[in-house]
Structure formats: structure tokens, C-alpha cells
Design a binder for this molecule. Structure first.
Ligand code: ADP
Ligand code: MG
Length: 402
């Protein structure tokens, strides 16, 4: 149960605080199998939890004070109740004013202080705590180390304080920590995946109703694996491009008179007239991506429910083409990786995550994963790209006490 990451969290706790922790809690990173840029259009996503996870070793502290050490940042920070109350706001407010507030925890600590803040805002009396964190989720690679950190800390604090916070309310609270305190305008997918995923399943999340369903995705027993490749491509203009995509979707939904693009269906009778009503070809492409991507998520869920995982391959590949041609969020590194994985025999492959760099996933036979990874690396080398890093992933469990 307790791998090297948990041992490192415990060792870090011992050396920082001089005594054993009261317990250890873990929350995973995630990868999104399909459903990209659908979340803020009230649509569907289908993430699963990675085997990589963030572990928090923790013990209660006297008073309303929190100390946090992280192996990844190599430092320990402390904050008291005064530094977290009245320090949050909307993501836009924080981005505009927050950096200058003397009472706000900034940097990586904001993700931790944000969880305390969100709990306090929700009316909970949060126990002071000593925390030590270790993780093998790559930071900033699009595999959601930020949600893993928030979810692990949240789960630990809820248990330590005996707080009555049902599991279905936890993702929203962790998201609020990131939006309202760290100032990052992320959706609900990452925290939902880190908290609610189950081993051997993908998490079908309706971003409008927030209903979740656990969809069987038992790759191991089918002899399959997901090969995840971090292209390590430099992220280019991510924040501005993300905002531009959101604005385009909102503009298109307004022009079409629907609350969100989720309300445009993918059948020809629905999509074609909608596209015809948009005069701007760019908006037409953006809408086509979102609408067809939502349908691909639904089709993927249907195939997985029917126990036909290899048949989702073409949907993954179609998702990539849509991101490349219609949503225009891929870069040469990820296009190259996807093409190389397909040429090496993957059932399907796509960029995963917000785009402009980041990771690619490919559905492969488990015993072919190494060969496909080598082909991807060769293709990247031939283009003179940064060498990618690949690993295979089977759907793991969500946040838990160890
Ligand atoms: P992603 O969530 O895709 O990994 P983000 O930019 O959203 O990328 O979050 C990465 C940030 O989260 C890091 O720069 C750091 O501030 C914080 N973070 C995540 N995990 C840790 C950790 N184990 N220790 C310290 N900071 C962490
Ligand atoms: Mg993140």
C-alpha cells in the first residue's frame, strides 16, 4: 500500500517536526481520457486517476497554525489564521490585487493555505496542523499535481478535524481553494478526478449537473495500457490562449441563444444549422470541436460500458484531429508524438490537457508500450524536440487515508 512516496513523506515529517505523524493521506494526479475544453461549456469529461500521487503526512498542531514542508519545493512554510481569513476572492480579483496583499500566502503554499481558507469559508473549524508532503506527480506537466496537492491536504484536514464534509462536496471545495485563493481559474475536473476516481474505472463527469458515474476501464485485465508521454514542449501563451478559447465559446453560445455549447447537439439536424448561423469561420471551428468532443465522450462511455475498450481508439484519434484543426490548441511536439504512437500500432492517441504543450496519451497493448514509447522518442529526436518522458498508467484509486 505504502510506496516510496509515502515513506518519503513520513521521513520528511520526522526530520522537520521531530515526531511521528498521526497519519498519511494520498491523492492522485489524473489524466483525461477524452473530453477536452468541454468542462467550461457545461459538457462531459472522462478522466482517470494516475498511479502517481501526492502524500501528506500530518499531525494536529496546537492552535490555529499550519506548518507545511514539501519535498518538491524543498522548504517549509507556516501560516496562521490571520493570513488566510479575508484573503480570498474571485480568481480575477486575486490576480488583479492579491499578489500585493501582505496577509496572503503565495507560491506553492497558496494551494495548501487555499484549502484551509475554503474550509473556513464553508464554516468549518479547521484544526491547526503540521504537514509534510512528498509526491511523484510531475509538477506543471498537465497531470494535475495542483489538484493532487489540494485533494491530499483536504482529505487529511477533514479526517484530522473530524469534519463532516461529504465526498461529493469535496471537489468543489478544493476547486474553490485554487480559484479563490491561489487565483487560478481551473474547472472542476481535476479535483473531482483526484478525489472521486476508483481503481479500474474512469470517472464520467457531467460538468453541468456535477453528476459522476464510475465507468469500467479495467485496462489490466484486457492486456491494455495507457501510455502517457510528457512531451516537455515549452508551454506557449497558455493563459492567453485558454482565455481566448473560453471567450470564443461564450460568444458562440450567446450568438446561438443557448446557455452553453453543451446545448448544441452533434447530430447533423442540430449542428449544421447552428454552424450555419455563425458567420465567423473561427467560431464555427471552435463550436464544432466542443460539440463533437462532447459526443465523443458519450460514445467512449458507451463502448466502455459495453466492455469494448480497444474500440475507443478511433475516438481518441478523432479528438486529437479536432483539437489540432478546429480548436487549434496543439503544437508540433504533440502532433508528432500522436502520429508516431499511431504509426507504432497504438489503437488511438491524442493530446490530453489544455494544450499548447503538455502530454499525449495512447491506448496500447500492454506488451507494446515500451516499443511505442521508443518510437515516439525517436520521432521527437528526429525533429530535434526535447526528449519526451513516457510512462504507462492503469486507472488507480482516488484520495484516501493510507
Ligand atoms: P499541474 O497541476 O498540471 O501539475 P499547475 O501549474 O496547475 O500544474 O500546478 C503546479 C504547481 O502546483 C506547482 O508549481 C506548485 O506550485 C504546486 N505544487 C503541486 N504539487 C506540489 C508539491 N508536491 N509540492 C509543492 N508544490 C506543489
Ligand atoms: Mg493544475
Amino acid at each position: 500500500m505504502t510506496g516510496p512516496v509515502a515513506a518519503r513523506a513520513t521521513a520528511g515529517f520526522l526530520s522537520e517536526y521531530g515526531h511521528q505523524p498521526a497519519g498519511r493521506w494520498a491523492a492522485p494526479g489524473r489524466v483525461n481520457l477524452i473530453g477536452e475544453h468541454t468542462d467550461y461549456n457545461d459538457g462531459f469529461v472522462l478522466p482517470f486517476a494516475l498511479p502517481q500521487r501526492t502524500v501528506v503526512a500530518a499531525a494536529p498542531n496546537t492552535g490555529q497554525e499550519w506548518s507545511v514542508w514539501s519535498e518538491q519545493s524543498g522548504e517549509r512554510i507556516s501560516f496562521a489564521a490571520a493570513e488566510i481569513t479575508a484573503a480570498g476572492g474571485t480568481a480575477a480579483e486575486i490576480t488583479a490585487t492579491g499578489a500585493g496583499l501582505p496577509s496572503r500566502v503565495t507560491g506553492w503554499g497558496a494551494y495548501v493555505a487555499g484549502v484551509v481558507w475554503a474550509l473556513v469559508e464553508a464554516g468549518f473549524r479547521v484544526p491547526g496542523a503540521r504537514l509534510a508532503i512528498a509526491s511523484d506527480v510531475p509538477l506543471g506537466a498537465g497531470l494535475s499535481s495542483s489538484a493532487a496537492l489540494e485533494s491530499a491536504v483536504l482529505t487529511a484536514l477533514v479526517d484530522l478535524g473530524g469534519l463532516d464534509l461529504p465526498i461529493d462536496e469535496r471537489p468543489g471545495l478544493a476547486q474553490r481553494a485554487e480559484n479563490g485563493y491561489a487565483g487560478i481559474p481551473c474547472g472542476i475536473m481535476d479535483q473531482s478526478a483526484s478525489i472521486r476516481c476508483r481503481a479500474g474505472h474512469a470517472l464520467f463527469l457531467d460538468c453541468r449537473s456535477l453528476a459522476v458515474e464510475h465507468i469500467p476501464f479495467d485496462l489490466a485485465s484486457a492486456g491494455l495500457a495507457i501510455l502517457v508521454t510528457d512531451t516537455r514542449a515549452p508551454h506557449r501563451h497558455v493563459t492567453g490562449e485558454y482565455a481566448a478559447r473560453r471567450t470564443a465559446c461564450e460568444t458562440a453560445a450567446g450568438a446561438l441563444g443557448v446557455p452553453a455549447l453543451r446545448d448544441v447537439l452533434s447530430d447533423a439536424a442540430s449542428l449544421d444549422p447552428a454552424l450555419a448561423r455563425l458567420t465567423d469561420p473561427l467560431l464555427r471551428r471552435r463550436v464544432r470541436h466542443v460539440v463533437t468532443e462532447n459526443q465523443r465522450v458519450l460514445d467512449t462511455v458507451k463502448l466502455l460500458r459495453a466492455g469494448q475498450p480497444t474500440r475507443i481508439g478511433p475516438l481518441l484519434t478523432a479528438s486529437h484531429a479536432s483539437m489540432r484543426d478546429d480548436f487549434e490548441i496543439t503544437v508540433p511536439e504533440v502532433d508528432t508524438a500522436v502520429e508516431a504512437a499511431l504509426a507504432a500500432g497504438a489503437y488511438g492517441a491524442r493530446m490530453t490537457g489544455g494544450g499548447f504543450g503538455g502530454c499525449v496519451l495512447a491506448l496500447v497493448d500492454a506488451d507494446a508500450a515500451e516499443r511505442v514509447a521508443a518510437s515516439v522518442a525517436d520521432a521527437c529526436a528526429a525533429h530535434g524536440f526535447t526528449p519526451p518522458v513516457s510512462f504507462t498508467a492503469l486507472p488507480g484509486p482516488g484520495a484516501t487515508r493510507l
